[in-house]
Design a protein around this ligand. Structure first.
Ligand code: NDP
Length: 246
């Protein structure tokens, strides 16, 4: 049988990019899946349609990661729709690439709000409903551990915070059999980080494999830590970066 049969998962920011791939992968492993999004209603609907087209169950909910009331309501809707809650994937995130000295204060504020505060909000709301043996998965970044290029100062700081949030939280929920892990992608071809263009050149060069990764490379590891084979992995940061940090 499928490894996530009977499980219910929520992927924040699941309408495009890495989050959409995670949602589809968890669904193909048997989970019923909810995704959140902000503006991309059509993209979110098409993820749901793809999952339903292959016999899965999915819903899309508009909920900005920084809106605590909306996120709380989204999680309640997941529980009401699917009758439980097992897996949270904190994927919603953003970057505003530019030299730190040239950024307005509002720019790092926004990055902190979505990447860190948004993760806190969803995790706290999810823990109220999550079943014992549940899974919390962060999408951090390889830059949360090692920084190779300029332009991502505030972003790297938020991903470092996510790494330590993962470690700290793992100590509080272990008695419920809940694991908390942090997947750290390297350069992955998405709207946020396209594999072509000037910005991609140093990122590609920094990998050992001399290429970008795909969204499915990340989804595969998320599926592993969301599943039954990883019950002794917790508090870990697992890097999928083509050797960027090697
Ligand atoms: P994309 O920008 O391609 O996709 C972002 C997704 O998140 C969309 O579905 C978007 O939906 C949603 N989203 C954005 N802001 C919010 C918000 N405030 N609340 C809810 N949903 C939101 O990003 P990626 O797929 O590239 O990145 C996903 C995660 O992976 C992020 O945490 C990022 O930091 C991390 N990451 C990405 C890497 C890469 O190279 N791509 C490398 C390392 C980490 P909508 O359009 O509707 O808002």
């Amino acid at each position: 049988s499928k490894k996530l049969e009977g499980k219910v998962a929520l992927v924040t920011g699941g309408s495009r990019g890495i989050g959409a791939a995670i949602a589809k992968r968890l669904a193909s492993d048997g989970a019923r899946v909810a995704i959140t999004y902000t503006k991309g209603a059509d993209a979110a609907a098409s993820v749901v349609k793809t999952i339903e087209g292959s016999g899965g169950k999915a819903i899309a909910i508009q909920a900005d990661a920084v809106d605590a009331a909306a996120v709380k309501a989204a999680i309640e809707k997941v529980v009401a729709t699917f009758g439980g809650f097992d897996v949270l994937v904190n994927n919603a995130g953003t970057a505003i690439p530019k030299k730190f000295e040239e950024a307005t204060l509002e720019e790092p504020d926004r990055v902190i709000n979505i990447n860190v505060r948004g993760t806190f909000i969803a995790t706290q709301a999810a823990l109220k409903h999550m079943k014992d043996g549940g899974r919390i998965v962060m999408i951090g970044s390889c830059v949360g551990e090692r920084m190779m290029t300029p332009g991502l100062v505030a972003y790297a700081a938020t991903k470092g915070a996510i790494k330590m949030f993962t470690q700290g939280l793992s100590r509080e929920v272990g008695d419920r059999g809940i694991t908390v892990n942090n997947i750290q992608p390297g350069p992955i071809d998405t709207d946020l980080n396209p594999a072509t263009g000037e910005w991609a050149v140093p990122q590609k060069a920094n990998t050992a494999l001399n290429r970008y990764g795909s969204v499915d490379d990340i989804a595969a590891l998320v599926a592993l830590v969301a599943g039954p084979d990883s019950s002794y992995i917790t508090g870990a940061s697992l890097t999928v970066d083509g050797g960027t940090n090697a």
